[in-house]
Design a protein around this ligand. Sequence first.
Ligand SMILES: Cc1ncc(COP(=O)(O)O)c(C=O)c1O
Length: 358
Amino acid sequence: MRDEAVREALQRAFADGSWGRYHGPHCDTLRQHLAELHATEFVSLCCSGTVAVELALRGVGVGQGDEVLLAGYDFGGNFRSIEAVGARPVLVDVDAENWNLAPRRLDEAWSPRVRAVIASHLHGGVVPMSEVVEFAERRGVAVVEDACQAPGATIEGRIAGTWGDVGVLSFGGSKLLSAGRGGALLTSHPEVRQRIKLFCERGNHAFPLSELQAAVLLPQLARLEQRNAARLAAARRILARVAKLPALGELVNRTQETSPGYFKLGLKYSAAALGGCPRESFIAAIQAEGVALDAGFRDFTRRSPKRCRHATSLEESRRAGQAMLVLHHPVLLESPEEVDRLGDALEKVVRVRRRRET
Ligand SMILES: Cc1ncc(COP(=O)(O)O)c(C=O)c1O
């Protein structure tokens, strides 16, 4: 997306020479603005959301021999980050309605080795965080809230990334706040922040966000709330069309006072409703209409029990891995006419496929 404010920020960073400095005003300002937005005490900037998840685990003290709970359907890097700190992933099924982590399954998955839970808000779904926090407090487990896909989202009246002991944001290429690469950690626990700081400190920051990256993030952060509201309105417009299509379903959030984040808009695909049309053929047909629709993540349900503990049945995670569709976010900031064209394209492909069936 062309963003004049980003161009101006780049020009300013060039003119004042901050683009080439180790330290400068932009990272400090970004930390401050993120802290204000999230009403959190400490913000650490780093080079990616992936590294931020690993740092978050280190920050809450996860290490060798520990277990970490995560959804059976999640960003693949989160599974790897758990392994990277020497811990073992423990798979918990996702909710049947929104295909995000199901907190009611956490107790089943708990063991005395469990040190933390990663809760990721994915594809416009949200994890009911009050239930995760209730579980974590009762069991003495840390919460890492992965808000990489949902910066500025609200869950049960509270901004995403602030529910857990530590929250994680991504500024990767194509994200809602993008610097091509980058990430951030939010926490109000001084000991968490201290562990993160010590791990990153090698005479210099080992996983830094640059001044130039911070410079381009600042104007985007200033518009985040307004853009999230526009994305929400567009997502609702699309979902109203989807509701009429038997082959597609919405990820349904049951939490109150919730405004999800839409890095991707997830949809549930039903091959059965289209005479068994494989998801990949459906995606190809939609893409041919110029729509940026893709398959979701691969689920973890086939990962070897040597690598992870399958702690609950993982039926819904498997289903999510097979049937999740994700619509990339840029169209959500287009005009209502453009959004309606997308709705037309979905309807057209469903209609053509159904006709073929009969
Ligand atoms: C849920 C989730 N967590 C973490 C990440 C990692 O972010 P990054 O691409 O900045 O490493 C992603 C990236 O897509 C993600 O979707």
